[in-house]
Design a binder for this molecule. Structure first.
Ligand code: SAH
Length: 355
């Protein structure tokens, strides 16, 4: 008999399984599902034999039917700044990257939602890789589980405090799995990440933004990167489909529901989007909805045609925005030496050609 992988259950299907396959009586289902959920997601216990809250007979039956196997790390790269990049091999042989970024009082884990990407943003290395597949919710959550295991993050006080879906892929093109994964990440009996500890970064799939506001409700980061459609279209082909005006409309709605500012991401490309004129155009956009901007150092990768904006020019750009009364921060690049920084993630998984 093939075993079912535990991580493919959401809470609802776990309860069904416990009822139907384990034949646990109905009134005990909430307790039993809570026990196993807590043991895995809260305590990081991956051995069913240690689930001593379950009677032995039940435990034996469970371990014959369910496995707690997780994808494996195939390589680990440590940056001099403390950032760690793990390359994870999924059960189907595809590979994804996930990056751990420690800071003084917190640590962020950057996870992927797809293998490869369809968007082809010109400055992004993942964009040079075709879309291979959408990750399942289990594969998304398992990146967090694997990272927690690596840094031994099962104590009362979390080591990994924040999770960002800013790795490979476009989260809103894998909406349902991202939604379920976020539900599992948020579950109070399990991983217990508050909605404000999770950020989804989108290239701007405008028609999905309202749905995300209503059904997912995390922080939202919008990869804007340009203040006009002309420039944006040049560096992000997705702008042909969803214009800045539409994005602003949907972001307005998002912030009205989630009651938080949207973070605009703005990767600074020398002589492309970093002029004073661009800063002034950006201010006009920022006036239209609650938002702040995060100016991102461009991380080069082999073969890319862009150069990073110089630091003093970035600061000047940021200052213009701040003087207009908006929040502008400059995100320092982390893990550049291991190609673990934003837009540098790329795996060798290639879409299998259909012959
Ligand atoms: N598809 C989503 C999430 C993945 S990219 C999105 O577009 O938001 C995560 C962030 O890294 C995005 O803001 C993206 O534009 C940015 N990024 C991509 N390539 C980069 C690079 N080379 N240097 C710096 N940031 C980059």
């Amino acid at each position: 008999m093939t075993q079912k992988n535990f991580f493919e259950f959401d809470l609802e299907s776990l309860k069904n399984f416990l009822t139907k396959d384990l034949e646990i009586e109905k009134k005990k289902i909430p307790m039993r599902s809570k026990q196993i959920w807590q043991s895995v997601y809260k305590k990081g216990s991956f051995d069913i034999n240690k689930l001593t809250t379950f009677p032995l007979v039940l435990r034996n039956k469970l371990s014959s039917l369910v496995s707690l196997q997780r994808p494996k790390i195939v390589s680990t790269q440590n940056s001099i700044d403390g950032t760690i990049k793990w390359l994870i091999r999924l059960f189907d042989g595809n590979e994804v990257e996930c990056v751990y970024i420690p800071e003084k009082t917190r640590a962020t884990l950057c996870i992927s939602s797809q293998v490869g990407c369809t968007l082809n943003c010109r400055f992004c290395n993942t964009g040079t890789q075709q879309l291979v597949k959408n990750l399942s919710f289990a594969e998304i959550v398992n990146q967090v589980m694997i990272a927690k295991e690596q840094v031994n993050d099962w104590g009362e006080k979390k080591i990994i405090t924040n999770i960002v879906l800013m790795g490979m892929g476009e989260p809103f093109y894998n909406f349902d799995n991202v939604k379920t994964a976020v539900e599992i990440l948020k579950d109070k009996e399990g991983l217990n990440y508050g909605p404000k500890k999770i950020t989804i970064s989108t290239a701007g799939i405008a028609n999905k933004i309202p749905e995300a506001a209503n059904e997912i409700g995390t922080y939202l980061a919008l990869s804007l990167h340009a203040p006009t459609d002309d420039i944006r279209e040049m560096i992000m082909p997705i702008n042909k489909k969803f214009k800045i005006k539409d994005l602003i409309e949907q972001c307005k709605y998002y912030s009205s529901i989630v009651k938080e500012k949207i973070t605009l991401e703005y990767v600074m490309l020398r002589d492309i989007n970093d002029s004073i004129r661009c800063a002034k155009q950006l201010i006009k956009l920022m006036a239209q909805f609650p938002c702040k901007v995060n100016l991102i150092e461009f991380n080069p990768w082999p073969g890319v045609q862009y150069l990073p904006t110089k630091r003093n020019k970035m600061e000047e750009f940021g200052k213009i925005i701040q003087e207009a009364g908006y929040i502008a921060t400059i995100r320092r690049s982390r893990g550049q030496d291991i190609l673990g920084a934003c837009g540098q993630l790329r795996t060798e998984s290639e879409k299998k050609k259909i012959l």
